[in-house]
Write a protein that binds this ligand. Structure first.
Ligand code: HEC
Length: 220
């Protein structure tokens, strides 16, 4: 830091702690660099094959305690996002880098502070990789979506695409507006002339799905 033109290159030992976790192993390009002139620590590129590449730079904001803030991040995929937490030195000189989400996996990196003057970090590690579980889709929404498609195929010709009624069938907006009677009517009698085309049976949930669609979309 005293010599503003000095660049300190880090010795890196890449150690990936990925045992037992699914997904492509990331590769970490082994040349993090601290630029004494700018105070920017550029971290190794995290490259997860098939998913994306992340390249992070941190700026040294204080000497004591050593603290870095995120300076820049180049993200070469929409599947990659960076945790907004700032990097921090903790636990005997371990530099924690904001975690990165690459696809469905979360990467946490760290580097160990080896010397304070000049500042030297080494031993880059992936601290952990955890799978980010996407929120389970709402079953009602899935049913409504399925019902919308079935309604268009089987019902709209007689009842209108908005359920307002047409030449061959009455409006569905009022009348049967509660789940059970509506489902039973559809299951047992509709589509008129071909009621077996839409029944709840085995893996088919046609009557339930269309009922959910009518109540939650057409009748609202
Ligand atoms: C060939 C035309 C036709 C098709 C296709 C059809 N319907 Fe009907 N639907 C009718 C007619 C006519 C009536 C009125 C007679 C009756 O209630 O059976 C009716 C009545 C209904 C009723 C009762 C309305 C009320 O409030 O009394 C519901 C609910 C209904 N249909 C839903 C559906 C659904 C859901 C589908 C698609 C799976 C469908 N229909 C397909 C002609 C049709």
């Amino acid at each position: 830091m005293q010599n503003s033109s000095r660049k300190t290159y880090f010795l890196l030992t890449v150690c990936l702690l990925l045992a037992g976790l699914a997904g492509a192993a990331p590769s970490l390009a082994a040349d993090a660099a601290f630029d004494g002139a700018t105070g920017v620590l550029t971290l190794p590129v995290v490259d997860v094959p098939g998913t994306g590449v992340l390249n992070v730079g941190l700026r040294l904001s204080k000497d004591n305690p050593i603290e870095f803030t995120l300076q820049s991040a180049q993200i070469y995929s929409t599947a990659v996002t960076l945790n907004s937490k700032s990097a921090r030195v903790r636990d005997g000189g371990v530099l924690y880098i904001p975690s990165a989400q690459v696809g469905s996996q979360l990467y946490e990196l760290n580097m160990t502070l080896i010397k304070q003057d000049p500042i030297t970090f080494g031993n880059l590690q992936v601290l952990g990789v955890s799978n980010v579980i996407p929120p389970a889709p709402d079953p009602l929404q899935l049913s409504i979506t399925a019902g919308e498609a079935r309604y268009a195929q089987l019902c709209a010709s007689c009842h209108g695409s908005n359920g307002g009624g047409a030449v061959q069938g009455p409006s569905l907006i009022s009348g049967l507006t509660t789940f059970s009677p509506l489902r039973v009517k559809i299951n047992n009698t509709m589509p008129q002339g071909n009621p077996s085309a839409c029944v709840d049976s085995g893996s088919s949930t046609c009557a339930t799905d269309i009922t959910n669609f009518i109540i939650n979309r057409l009748q609202r």
